[in-house]
Design a protein around this ligand. Structure first.
Ligand code: SF4
Length: 328
C-alpha cells in the first residue's frame, strides 16, 4: 500500500553567492517524506544534507538562496509562504533539533522558561498551562525530576540532557515531522544510543515522521525505514534501510559501508575513501564521484549520469545502464 506523502521536494536547488563565485550546495534534488516514517539522510560534511533541511524550513539566509524547485506540504509550497504562514508552519508542521544544544539554548534563561516560550508563541495558553505542558514534555523525553529541572539553566545539565531539552522544545507543538541534524554527534557513545532510542520511541508515541541527518551510516542502521545517500549536493542513492546495508548499489554507498568501524576490524583494515569531495564552486563534467570511484570509466568523466531504478532502489550511476559493459 502506498504511504501517504507528508513532504514532497521537487528539483530543489540551493545556492550561496560567495566572494569566490556561486556555490551550489543542493543540486536539483527530489524526494518525498512519508507520514510516520524515519528517513535517514547520510553523507560527508558539505554534501548538502543540512542545507536541504534548512531549505525545507525556508530558513536559508543570504548569501544563500533557494534558487529553484518546490517544497510541498499538504499541497502548499513552503517557499511561497508569507511570514505568518511560515511561523505557524515551523513548529506545527516541521520542527528541527540541531547538533550542538549549547549554541541553540539561551544560557541566561532556565530551560523551563525557554520551552514555555515556544509553547506560548504557538498556542493561546496561560503561563500555568505552559508550565504544565513543559513539565509533561520534559517527562516525555525521559528527564528525571522534571519539576526541578524546569528551573535549571542549560549549563547545569549534561550534554545528553541538553539534547533532550532541545527535543522537548521541538515537540512543543506536536510537529508532523521532526528533523534531527546530527543529534548525537556531540555526545559520547552511550548517551548517543539513549538519544537515538528516545527519538525512535517518540516517533511511535507521537505518530510523527523523522528526518535523521548524519555523516555516520552506522547511526541510522535499524532506526531508519528509508535512506537517502547524498554526495556533492546530489542524491546518489535512495533505498529502504535493509537494501542500503545488504545490497548497496552506488560506489559511494559501498565505500561508506566499508569505512564503518567494527570490532572485527583493526585500524589498518579501516577503509578510507580516497581523494576529496569536489569543489562545488567549480563546474564539473560527468559524474561528481568519478575522481574517487574505483569503477570509473571514460563515460563517467564526460557524461553526467541520470537516476535509474534498480529494483526499488534509485541510483545515480552509469554502472546500472544497459550499455555499461560496452561503455568506453
Ligand atoms: Fe563511479 Fe561511474 Fe558510477 Fe560515477 S557513474 S559512481 S564514476 S561508476
Amino acid at each position: 500500500m502506498a504511504q501517504e506523502v507528508l513532504i514532497q521536494v521537487k528539483d530543489l536547488l540551493t545556492q550561496f553567492r560567495l566572494d569566490d563565485g556561486l556555490l551550489t550546495a543542493v543540486n536539483g534534488i527530489s524526494f518525498e517524506i512519508h507520514k510516520g516514517e524515519t528517513l535517514g539522510i547520510v553523507g560527508e560534511s558539505g554534501c548538502g544534507k543540512s542545507v536541504t533541511a534548512l531549505s525545507l524550513l525556508n530558513l536559508i539566509e543570504p548569501p544563500g538562496k533557494v534558487a529553484g524547485g518546490e517544497i510541498l506540504c499538504d499541497g502548499v509550497n513552503v517557499l511561497k509562504m508569507n511570514k505568518r504562514e511560515l511561523r505557524s508552519f515551523r513548529g506545527n508542521q516541521i520542527a528541527m533539533v540541531f547538533q550542538e544544544p549549547m549554541t541553540s539554548l539561551n544560557p541566561v534563561f532556565t530551560v523551563g522558561n525557554q520551552i514555555d516560550e515556544v509553547i506560548r508563541i504557538h498556542n493561546r495558553v496561560s503561563s500555568h498551562e505552559a508550565r504544565e505542558r513543559t513539565i509533561e514534555l520534559l517527562r516525555l523525553v525521559n528527564i528525571p525530576l522534571p519539576e526541578q529541572r524546569y528551573g535549571e539553566y542549560p549549563h547545569q545539565l549534561s550534554g545528553g540532557m541538553r539534547q533532550r531539552v532541545m527535543i522537548a522544545m521541538a515537540l512543543a507543538c506536536n510537529p508532523k515531522l521532526l528533523i534531527c541534524d546530527e543529534p548525537t554527534t556531540a555526545l559520547d557513545v552511550t548517551v548517543q544510543a539513549q538519544v537515538l532510542k528516545l527519538i525512535n520511541k517518540l516517533k511511535r508515541q507521537m505518530d510523527m515522521a523523522i528526518m535523521l541527518i548524519t555523516h555516520d551510516l552506522a547511526v541510522i542502521s535499524s532506526i531508519a525505514d528509508r535512506v537517502i545517500i547524498m554526495y556533492a549536493g546530489q542524491i546518489v542513492e535512495e533505498a529502504i534501510e535493509r537494501e542500503i546495508f545488504t545490497n548497496p548499489l552506488h560506489p559511494y554507498t559501498e565505500a561508506l559501508l566499508k569505512s564503518i568501524p567494527s570490532l572485527s576490524k583493526n585500524t589498518e583494515e579501516l577503509y578510507m575513501i580516497k581523494g576529496m569531495v569536489p569543489n562545488l564552486l567549480q563546474r564539473h563534467e560527468g559524474c561528481l564521484f568519478a575522481p574517487r570511484c574505483e569503477y570509473a570509466r571514460e563515460i563517467c568523466r564526460s557524461v553526467e549520469p541520470s537516476s535509474c531504478l534498480v529494483g526499488n532502489t534509485k541510483v545515480l550511476c552509469h554502472k546500472y545502464m544497459d550499455d555499461w559493459e560496452v561503455a568506453p
